[in-house]
Design a protein around this ligand. Structure first.
Ligand code: CP
Length: 325
């Protein structure tokens, strides 16, 4: 930790106070550095078995209207590890707050919950919901994933994982593979990689290509982007292989999902083509896109990646509520 991450400075910390975390485009490199340093600070405190009270007396509302294991539990654990408390809604599996089921708008519901909590984390299947919640709330709102839109905290924990594994992000070649159309994680991640000037390989079946406006924006910003449909080619050049699940739940027609679900599988045979030292990331959950045999590959870091979500989300919660002591 000490080697990689510096102690965050007071003026850097202050710049986050009361900020919403909605999308990757809102971040500058120095903001990411502050989050990484703060995450490193908290990881070290937890390694040292310290009891942390930075958010004692504060409350986080966890509003998850789509299934989540990692994002929800890591945010809730983050809040508890920081000494704070969590409130949530019992009806999340119905994708509704009870009041919205009765016809209340999300804005009204958020205005109410804003009076109970110091920070709100929201996941919703509709792209743009986190933005609408942020407009209604006085406290900071954190986007925990909105439809096929953005998932910025996942992107930040991915950057943290790469920094820990490779010591840097600058100058790396990153291959993003799989469902680049519906996967919101990669939509956030490419903005972060663009800040670091990474070369990008986008490898997907034709039907799951990255939305063209995202590719256009990257190229307009001077980023070297190669779009291919070969997993083998992606692996040969990548320092980081970022694998994504085909997002069955976002396909309008199930038959279209069935046509593409088994096209990109990372297995040991494929890894024989890999560049020395390549690491494999995946936001999880995985279905079949990474064979189980790959878990023993030394660069398979997806479970560590999920664990890193705790430190990064501790940093984000503490930063936006002005709680880092
Ligand atoms: N990576 C991710 O967002 O996982 P969950 O859907 O379990 O939160």
């Amino acid at each position: 930790m000490a080697v990689l991450f510096k102690k965050p400075q007071q003026e850097q910390l202050a710049s986050f106070f009361n900020k919403d975390i909605l999308n990757a485009a809102q971040f500058r490199l120095e903001d990411i550095e502050t989050i990484m340093n703060t995450a490193g600070h908290y990881e070290q405190l937890l390694i040292d078995k310290k009891v942390i009270k930075d958010m004692e007396g504060k409350v986080m509302a966890a509003l998850f209207f789509e299934p989540s294991t990692r994002t929800r539990l890591s945010f809730e654990t983050a809040m508890l590890r920081l000494g704070g408390a969590v409130i949530t809604v019992a009806e999340s599996e119905t994708n509704q707050i009870s009041s919205t089921a009765k016809g209340e708008t999300i804005q009204d519901a958020i205005s109410v919950i804003d009076g109970y909590a110091d920070v709100i984390v929201i996941r919703n299947p509709v792209t743009g919901t986190a933005d609408r919640a942020a407009q209604a709330a006085l406290h900071p709102v954190i986007n925990g994933g909105d439809g096929s839109g953005q998932h910025p905290t996942q992107g930040l924990l991915d950057i943290y994982t790469i920094m820990k594994a490779k010591g840097r992000v600058e100058g790396l070649t990153i291959a993003l593979v799989g469902d680049l159309k519906y996967g919101r994680t990669v939509h956030s991640l490419v903005d972060f990689f663009a800040l670091y000037g990474c070369d990008l390989i986008l490898a997907s079946p034709e039907a799951l290509k990255m939305p063209p406006e995202i590719v256009r924006n990257l190229r307009a910003g001077g980023i070297n982007v190669k779009e291919i449909d070969s997993l083998k080619e992606a692996v040969a050049d990548a320092d980081v292989l970022y694998v994504t699940r085909v997002q069955k739940e976002r396909f309008p027609i199930v038959a279209e999902y069935d046509q593409v679900k088994d096209l990109f599988i990372v297995d040991q045979d494929l890894l024989r083509e890999a560049k020395e030292g390549m690491i494999i990331l995946h936001p999880l959950p995985r279905v079949n896109e990474i064979a189980l045999e790959v878990d023993s590959y030394p660069g398979a870091l997806y479970f560590q990646q999920a664990h890193n979500g705790l430190f990064v989300r501790m940093a984000i919660l503490a930063l936006v509520t002005g709680s880092v002591l």
